[in-house]
Design a protein around this ligand. Structure first.
Ligand code: ATP
Ligand code: MG
Length: 266
């Protein structure tokens, strides 16, 4: 069964999607079979994997509402099979688009509403080594579906003044889900992203994070790197677009650290 983890932080624009797509590609680059699930109606992870969100016939929305099976809705990242031009590595994608915004309300009246992703994943879990879930910037029913399906959470964060404060809500939510819905769930680690070592404040916050969370802070640090920001406009993760860029190298290093860390989780 695949190791399933969420990339989550309710704060917007902190690098969740960049982490998700590059981690999916980075894990692919070191030989892992990966499924990336876009759980955000913005569909950025879908677009960043080269799949036009407007062209999706079936998406994670259909899977959550059980109007399609997960197997029918999964597609390869575009450069894997559909793009003509072959790039490597590749991974599979369960995409999202604006339809997913409606799922929030539609799920409310349904049975086992927070367990829908978990149930769907039980059908494909053996086909992958890793499932990466890109969560939306909220602690919503969608994020809850991600947290109930996962064994762990990766929290990308920028080393800014309010970073620690914002973590409290997320940590409390994870504790509640752990206590009530999913006893497997744990924080795998905090990932420092968009890091600029020349900024003294960032170094200070990074030190605070280490003091507070110790081993839960990943060793890998993702630098601020323009190639990572440019890659989505080509429909590619940075790791595929420019594998030698500093940011891409950092994500490959991070992928290896994830494999090492997760090997100790059942
Ligand atoms: P949302 O909360 O809206 O889903 P997010 O947390 O998924 O946002 P991203 O979309 O990954 O955040 O990143 C926000 C912006 O920062 C994007 O424009 C992205 O290209 C840019 N960005 C992310 N990581 C880096 C990096 N390491 N270096 C440079 N730019 C980055
Ligand atoms: Mg995002």
């Amino acid at each position: 069964m695949a190791k399933i983890f969420c990339v989550a932080n309710q704060k917007g624009g902190v690098g969740k999607t960049t982490t998700s797509v590059n981690l999916a590609a980075g894990l692919g680059a070191i030989g892992q079979r990966v499924l990336l699930i876009d759980l955000d109606p913005q569909g950025n992870a879908t677009m960043g994997s080269g799949i036009d969100k407007r062209s999706l016939n079936l998406s994670v929305y259909d899977v959550l509402l059980e109007s399609a099976s997960i197997k029918e809705a999964i597609r390869p990242s575009f450069w894997g099979e559909e793009g003509g031009k072959k790039h490597f590595p590749t991974y599979d994608v369960l995409g999202a688009n604006r339809d997913l915004a409606g799922a929030e309300v539609e799920l409310v009246g349904l049975d086992y509403r927070e367990m829908r992703l978990k149930r769907a994943l039980s059908l494909v879990g053996d086909d992958y080594d890793f499932v990466v879930v890109d969560c939306p910037p909220s602690l919503s029913m969608l994020t809850l579906n991600g947290l109930c399906a996962a064994q762990g959470v990766v929290v990308p964060m920028q080393c800014e003044y309010f970073a620690l404060e914002g973590l409290t809500d997320l940590v409390n939510t994870i504790k509640q889900v752990h206590a009530n819905l999913n006893t497997d769930l744990q924080i795998i680690g905090l990932l420092r992203v968009m890091f600029d070592p020349r900024v003294t404040l960032q170094q200070q916050v990074s030190d605070q994070l280490k003091a507070h969370f110790g081993d839960k802070v990943f060793n890998a640090i993702i630098p601020r790197n323009v190639r990572l920001a440019e890659a989505p406009s080509f429909g590619l993760p940075g790791v595929v677009f420019d594998p030698l860029a500093k940011g891409s190298q950092a994500f490959i290093e991070f992928a290896q650290e994830m494999v090492d860390r997760l090997s100790s989780i059942k």
